[in-house]
Design a protein around this ligand. Structure first.
Ligand SMILES: NC(=O)c1ccc[n+]([C@@H]2O[C@H](COP(=O)([O-])OP(=O)(O)OC[C@H]3O[C@@H](n4cnc5c(N)ncnc54)[C@H](O)[C@@H]3O)[C@@H](O)[C@H]2O)c1
Length: 508
């Protein structure tokens, strides 16, 4: 009898994804039939998976016996009809709606009426793929990430017609692999590609505004926000040719939602072939395949000017630390902005120009210090368009007085880290608001699938929902851009003093 742990799974399409899916199911004890219109692709996938298991044996990760057992599960097929006895079909052919639609209609005539048919599509709607099926209730999405055995998260996508039992069967099957199955609705980008929009689009916005350079954004996201990679390093990894299409497609599918608006600085780069690692040049250069670190990404600390006096906004989050650093650097603390050669402020969601207008300060003497994440991490100093070189250097001398690293950027509502994190949280909370996935699934999917240090809702809780609101409202006030309007999920919980992830409010 077939159980959850010894199913017959058919994988259609034996390319980059198909072969990884074959490997994962074979090592999880399932019999795996795989078919491709190209016989060479079937043979290549067979050889690839065999090599993968041999190499696992060589590295001592599995025994020869375990590898042989997994390899015995592989059944290469030469015709579509060979998969007739399968329990589950996973389609991983090229990303073309007509090809997938035709294939799904044909699959229904080949497999048994009880078989589940799933697509690994990244960007097409499941309902569209199932449009010619007689039984769309047994069709769902099963979205793996590349490389499949390593990326331990799988999205199971329900279309408006998918039956609950179809989802249950796919989930039970994925549970046998050790990957985390997350459930998502049939919406553009599903869960993970939807949640990933914030990092890219906001990074590009910062660059467009010339608030910071691409390498400064990446540096701050790594060293201040704790991400493994910044948006531009990630774009170089995935390839701008691929990422630009995903950006445009998700924006269009969401009916030009401003939160997902792609940037006009992308098409000229795509046209010029600056795709990233694969073409040797993207945002960075890759001579011999290795990233060339741009010169001058860090800052060298200047010396404090004679008679420097500093006024620190009494509302500043890190008032005590900034006072101590000023004294350590040799500056005199001033009680009034009128008596100081340097004014330090720590605004939330707004830029230095707006802070100076709000507080009636002289912008030529003013420098802002990002209170996020804290002064323990790489610090961000932000200048107004008229901040004097002397005030900039004095601020740098103070913020570098304990040899901590810092980055100086131009005027930007929400610096870099504030606006990046607030955008990520806002999009994540909107996914929850729309019921595309549960709170737990959103956070796990983003952590595992995108490698963020925390999921967007947990991130929002650690910043504080009220603080995230403050940043977004500040950004919206300064820019007038509706992309920064807070989601209802976030606003309501911030107003009610509730967590984004736990308690009654997180459920609905
Ligand atoms: N590459 C990724 O990072 C990635 C990640 C997640 C999902 N996906 C999705 O997975 C699917 C496959 O992507 P890939 O990168 O493996 O593509 P690929 O080009 O490496 O492989 C596609 C394979 O499908 C075969 N094929 C084409 N038409 C077929 C048909 N009618 N029947 C059987 N085989 C057919 C081709 O011969 C080819 O071997 C796409 O839908 C893609 O969007 C890709």
């Amino acid at each position: 009898m077939t159980t959850e742990s010894n199913q017959t799974i058919a994988v259609i399409g034996a390319g980059a994804m198909g072969r990884g899916i074959v490997q994962l199911f074979a090592q999880s004890g399932h019999r795996v039939k795989f078919y491709d219109t190209s016989e060479a692709a079937v043979a290549a996938a067979h050889a690839f998976v065999t090599d993968m298991f041999d190499s696992k044996v060589d590295k001592g990760r599995v025994s020869r016996e375990e590898a042989d057992q997994a390899l015995a599960n592989l059944v290469p097929c030469t015709q579509l009809g060979d998969i007739a006895d399968c329990d589950i079909v996973v389609e991983a052919v090229l990303e073309d709606l007509e090809v997938k639609r035709g294939l799904f209609a044909e699959l229904e005539t080949v497999v048994s009426p009880s078989a589940v048919i799933a697509s690994n599509t990244s960007s097409l709607l499941i309902a569209d793929i199932a449009a010619r099926c007689k039984h769309p209730e047994r069709v769902a999405g099963l979205h793996f990430f590349n490389p499949v055995p390593v990326m331990r998260v799988v999205e199971i996508i329900s279309s408006v017609r998918t039956a609950a039992v179809t989802v249950d069967r796919l989930k039970a099957c994925i549970d046998t692999t050790g990957h985390r199955a997350v459930l998502a609705q049939d919406q553009p980008g599903f869960l993970i590609n939807h949640a990933g929009r914030g990092l890219y689009t906001e990074g590009l916005r910062i660059l467009e505004e010339r608030a910071a350079s691409h390498d400064q954004v990446d540096l701050l996201m790594r060293e201040a926000a704790g991400f493994r990679m910044g948006p531009f390093e990630l774009l170089d990894l995935t390839g701008l040719d691929v990422s630009s299409k995903v950006m445009q497609s998700i924006y269009d599918q969401f009916q030009q939602e401003p939160r997902f608006r792609p940037s006009s600085i992308i098409p000229p780069r795509v046209a010029a072939g600056l795709f990233g690692r694969k073409t040797g040049e993207g945002w960075y250069q890759y001579p011999d395949g290795k990233k060339l670190e741009p010169a001058g990404a860090g800052e060298t600390c200047p010396t404090l000017s004679d008679n420097c006096s500093v006024w620190i906004d009494p509302e500043a989050e890190d008032h005590a630390e900034l006072s101590a650093l000023s004294q350590k650097a040799g500056a005199r603390l001033a009680q009034s902005p009128d008596d100081a050669s340097l004014l330090l402020v720590q605004p939330w969601g707004i830029d230095v120009s707006q802070a100076c207008a709000d507080l009636d300060l002289d912008a030529s003497r003013c420098v802002a210090v990002d209170p996020l994440p804290s002064l323990e991490m790489r610090r961000t100093l932000m200048l107004s368009p008229i901040t004097r070189a002397q005030s900039r250097d004095d601020a740098a001398a103070i913020l570098g007085a304990d040899n901590a690293p810092y980055t100086i950027i131009s005027d930007s509502p929400g610096f870099v880290v504030q606006r990046m994190l607030a955008t990520i949280v806002n999009i994540g909370t909107n996914i929850a608001q729309r019921g595309i996935a549960s709170v737990e699934d959103i956070d796990d999917a983003v952590r595992i699938g995108l490698g963020y240090p925390a999921g967007p809702l947990a991130l929002g809780d650690s910043l504080g929902p009220h603080r995230v609101m403050q940043i977004l409202e500040g950004m919206q006030r300064v820019t007038g851009d509706p992309r920064y309007r807070p989601s209802h999920w976030l606003r309501r919980r911030a107003q009610l003093g509730e967590s984004l992830t736990t308690g009654e409010a997180a459920r609905g």
